[in-house]
Design a protein around this ligand. Sequence first.
Ligand code: ADP
Ligand code: MG
Length: 644
Amino acid sequence: MALIELSGVERAFAAGEQTVQVLRGIDLCIEAGEMVAIIGQSGSGKSTLMNILGCLDRPSAGSYRFDGRDVHRLADLDLAELRRDHFGFIFQRYQLMAELDAVGNVEIPAIYRGAARRARRERAKALLTRLGLGERLGNKPGALSGGQQQRVSVARALINGGEVILADEPTGALDSASGAELMALLRELHAEGHTVILVTHDPQIAGAADRVIEISDGEITADTRKRPFTASARVETDHPAASGLGALADRLREATRMALKSMSAHKLRSFLTMLGIIIGITSVVSVVALGNGSQQQVLENIASIGTSTIDIRPGTGFGDRRANRVDTLVGGDADALAPLDFAASVSPEVSTSATVIHGGTSASAQVKGVSAGYFQLGAYKLTAGTAFTEADLDARAQVAVLDSDAAQTFFGSESPIGQRVMIGRVPLQVIGVVASSGASFGPQSIKVFTPYTTAMARITGSRTVDSISVQVADGYDMTLAETQITEVLTRRHGKVDFFLTNTDAIRETIQSTSKTLTWLISAIALISLFVGGIGVMNIMLVSVTERTREIGIRKAVGARRSDITAQFLIEAVLVCLIGGALGVALAYGLGAVLGVVAPSMRLVYSGATVAAAFGSATLIGVVFGYLPARSAAKLDPVVALARE
Ligand code: ADP
Ligand code: MG
């Protein structure tokens, strides 16, 4: 049984509406170990025949048996294996990969076979050394002469055994000396038992073969044997088990290395591809950090006002227009609430605007009548002097505590303690100064605090207070506290003519508002990520077209579809991951810059956001890389190789 048996092989190509019949009924047998030259004019169908012999292409009619196996019946995967394990291709234009060195090029078929890294590199080096390239192992094709490049491609053909060597015009691009050298090498391989099939249009080159087949217009016109063929021992092809997790990991690692190489070979393109991802990730991470930061800031401000304070106001709620006329809350209410066990401090509040005068200075100020407990609510800290006492309250003492702004306005750097300020015609003696302990809301005005009894009796003349604040002791349930307050006051008033608000509610509102905002802006950022992903897909698709030749070579030397898919998918994921990393770094950089330029803006980065950023980058790589990877894997190797 012959190694190669073709019978009635035809190959037609669709060219527009017509079909071009390139091969017409080829019958051919080639024994293992033969050296055959196929000769014919340009366009006679030699390369087409060669591609069919090498299982890169299938006949449109007729049968091809290789080593007894009907190639027609083999699936894509088996064809890839057949190419990988039995054939070695040598092309006219060498078809080496520019970004790999000699060893890297030679080992590619062995990578696809799943050979162990060290073994295959040793073998690649040994083969190159044997072919006289021992000094050129680390050279890239660009740094090798034509003859040397062709020898690298011979080594690549031999790495998996190279039982059948298919050489299509192997000397076509070489000078005559290198051509002669290569022919000597092919004869040597033939002598060792390799089956050598070479295609040429040059009768002199063909003369090196023992058997010359002439082809013209897709038909064999002559088949001459110069020497009788005697079968020699077939070369051994080693087929290591290319399976298992180790082999898979190795293939993935090689694909990753290839992806990195191709990215660094096209730096600008890779960077532009990443740009969308970088911008998307930067905005997601920064926006979430900004949202977290401002939420934290607001919550801290609330905490500084007093963590759990319940305010009691007259009326049915904010905006109740009759509230001003509801005369209901009085100082006695505060006294009634004070004994409740959760009430850490209770303070009524009356508030009015008034002109405050000291010496020649007069200023409009907010006059707040409060109780001694007010300063325990936490919004103010005493910085000088004392606060007023129960005795001051009972006596309606004409004393005042200034906030730091008021102290500054009236007394500058002097100590205001013991001095006197006039509110209208009411003189008040300053006994203390307080500073605001956190940011406050609303319009800022200077503040003068006085006992609420004093304020009511001498300044506002009202009988009721504006509100009562109750600070709830730590750990006490707010709802329970509210229920008890409502109970006590309802009993005293006979009806519910007041309403309660607490800072917890404000906190919740702020939290949910800022969450909504974060979601909203994140959604916008996600859209930009999506657009970035489409950019990645677009450029990957272009790169597939650009790299058809590379894909063709890889398939010719035995890459399976899954190898090509993995390579492109890994490339897409890597682009997105690196883009993601740059985006996260950029977001942190922005935070650092903002910290200097606008210290009041706070960015709080969370590990979860960063993890989510990397997760979504990977996902985008997989989702948007899949289509280009699939279209790369589907490329027909012959078409891919034909495109030069
Ligand atoms: P040779 O290698 O002998 O120069 P080829 O086998 O490359 O010739 O091509 C033989 C003929 O088949 C040429 O006329 C060429 O245009 C045509 N041909 C080869 N490949 C294709 C293809 N994929 N589609 C259409 N026509 C093709
Ligand atoms: Mg050709």
